[in-house]
Design a protein around this ligand. Structure first.
Ligand code: PLP
Length: 404
C-alpha cells in the first residue's frame, strides 16, 4: 500500500494527456538520435511568432512594472476589450462583468466543466474531439457520451443531430460544441448549430461552447458564432474563446469564459482558488491584441496564408492513393481517412504514425488522439500551420512511404 500512488486511482491517474505533446517529445528525441530533419504536422499552433505590436505592449507593461496580481476576473480594460470584440463581431450584448479572463481557453473549459459536472452526469461530445472536454468530464465523475460525426468526402464532417438527440438521457447535463472544429477542420453550418441549440433548450441542457478558431474560417459565409445565433445565450451557454490562435499567442496563456453574471460570480471564486488571476503582462498584451488595428491586420494576413497552405495540403494529399481527404473549411487541420492505407500496411493508426516518424521523419497525429472509436482509428490529423514548402516535402515523404 502506497498512498501517494494508490490514492490517485480513479482520479488524475486515469487522465489521458494530449498526444500532440507526446509526439512533440518523440520528434525531438528522434532528431537528436538520428539527426534527421523532422517535418511536423503535429501540434496545433501557428508557426509565426506573436505580432510585434503585441510584444511591444508586453514590454511596456514590464517597463511600467505591471507585474503584480490583478483582479481574478482579469483587468477591466481587457474585459471591456473582449466584450467589445464579441459585440462588434456577434452583436451579442456581452457586458464586461459577464467575462472572466483565464489562463488560456483550456482553463476556461476547465472552469466550466469543474463548475457543472458532478458524478454520474453525462456530457454529450461530438466524436472525434479535442480531448480536454471528455478528460475533464471524467475527472469530475461525469461520463462523456460520444456521438460520431458524419463524414462524407464531398461534404465533410457534420454533426449528427438525430444521434445527439437520441443519446440524451435523464442524466445528460451538457452538450459540447467546438466550432470551427478541432481535429476535423469542419465549420458547422448555422442551421446545424441552431438545431443543436434548440435540442439543448428543449431538454434543458447546458451548452459548452469553444470557438477558439472563430477567425480561422476559409469560406466566409459558413460560420456564425453562437452568441450571434442565440440571443438567449445567458440562459444556458458557457462560451469560451482565447488569444492563442488568432494572435499566435499560445505561450502567453490567455483565454476567457463568457456566461451570465450569476455564473461568473461563483466561477470567479473557483478561479481565485485555483490560479488567482491570469498573468498581468499577458493581459496588457491582450488589450493591445484586441484593440489595435495592427494586430488584426497581421492576424488576417496570417489566416490568408493559412488558406493557401490548406489548399496546398489538400492538393498534395489528394494525390496519395488510399486517402479520403476533404478540404477543411476552418481551424488549421485536415483529418483524412486512411483506413485503406492502414489495411494495406497491416498497421493500426498508432503504429502508422510511429512508423512515419521513425522512418520518414514526418509527424502526423493518429486519430486515436481525438477518439476511441473508428472516428479515431481510421483517421490522422495534419496541421497546416507550417511553411508551404515544408507541407509539400512532408506530404511527399508520406506519399513515398505509402507507395512503398
Ligand atoms: C479546440 C481547442 N480548444 C482549446 C484549445 C486550448 O487553447 P489555449 O491555448 O487557449 O488554452 C485548443 C488548443 O489547441 C484547441 O484546439
Amino acid at each position: 500500500m502506497n498512498p501517494i500512488n494508490d490514492y490517485l486511482k480513479g482520479t488524475v491517474k486515469e487522465l489521458q494527456g494530449e498526444k500532440a505533446f507526446t509526439y512533440l517529445a518523440k520528434a525531438r528525441e528522434i532528431t537528436e538520435r538520428k539527426g534527421i530533419k523532422i517535418i511536423s504536422f503535429g501540434i496545433g499552433q501557428p508557426d509565426l511568432p506573436t505580432f510585434d505590436n503585441i510584444i511591444n505592449a508586453a514590454k511596456r507593461a514590464l517597463d511600467e512594472k505591471f507585474t503584480g496580481y490583478t483582479e481574478t476576473e482579469g483587468i477591466k480594460e481587457l474585459r471591456e476589450a473582449i466584450a467589445d470584440y464579441l459585440n462588434y463581431r456577434y452583436h451579442a450584448g456581452v457586458r464586461p462583468d459577464e467575462v472572466i479572463v483565464t489562463t488560456g481557453t483550456k482553463t476556461a473549459i476547465f472552469l466550466a466543466i469543474a463548475a457543472y459536472v458532478r458524478p454520474g452526469d453525462e456530457v454529450i461530445i461530438p466524436d472525434p474531439t479535442y480531448p480536454a472536454y471528455p478528460e475533464l468530464t471524467k475527472l469530475f465523475g461525469g461520463k462523456p457520451i460520444y456521438v460520431a460525426m458524419k463524414f462524407d468526402p464531398e461534404d465533410g464532417f457534420r454533426l449528427d443531430l438525430e444521434a445527439i438527440e437520441n443519446s440524451i438521457t435523464p442524466r445528460t447535463k451538457a452538450i459540447v460544441i467546438n466550432n470551427p472544429h478541432n481535429p476535423t477542420g469542419a465549420v458547422f453550418r448555422p442551421e446545424e448549430v441552431t438545431k443543436l441549440l434548440e435540442i439543448a433548450k428543449d431538454y434543458k441542457l447546458l451548452v459548452v461552447v469553444d470557438e477558439i478558431y472563430d477567425n480561422f474560417v476559409y469560406e466566409s459565409s459558413t460560420f456564425r458564432g453562437i452568441l450571434e445565433l442565440e440571443p438567449e445565450w445567458r440562459n444556458y451557454v458557457l462560451y469560451t474563446n482565447g488569444f492563442s490562435k488568432t494572435f499566435s499567442m499560445t505561450g502567453w496563456r490567455l483565454g476567457y469564459l463568457v456566461a451570465s453574471r450569476e455564473v461568473i460570480d461563483p466561477i470567479r471564486k473557483l478561479a481565485a482558488n485555483t490560479y488567482s488571476c491570469p498573468p498581468s503582462i499577458a493581459q496588457r498584451a491582450g488589450v493591445e491584441a484586441l484593440r489595435s488595428e495592427a494586430s488584426w491586420r497581421s492576424s488576417r494576413a496570417m489566416i490568408e496564408l493559412f488558406r493557401r497552405r490548406r489548399d496546398v495540403m489538400y492538393e498534395e494529399l489528394r494525390k496519395i492513393p488510399g486517402i479520403d481527404v476533404w478540404r477543411s473549411t476552418g481551424a488549421f487541420y485536415m483529418y483524412p481517412r486512411v483506413r485503406k492505407i492502414l489495411d494495406g500496411l497491416g498497421m493500426n493508426v498508432d503504429q502508422f504514425a510511429d512508423w512515419l516518424l521513425e522512418n520518414y521523419g514526418v509527424v502526423v497525429l493518429p486519430g486515436t488522439a481525438f477518439s476511441e472509436t473508428n472516428m479515431g482509428r481510421d483517421y490522422v490529423r495534419l496541421s497546416f500551420a507550417l511553411d508551404e514548402e515544408l507541407i509539400k516535402e512532408g506530404i511527399d515523404r508520406l506519399r513515398k512511404a505509402v507507395e512503398k
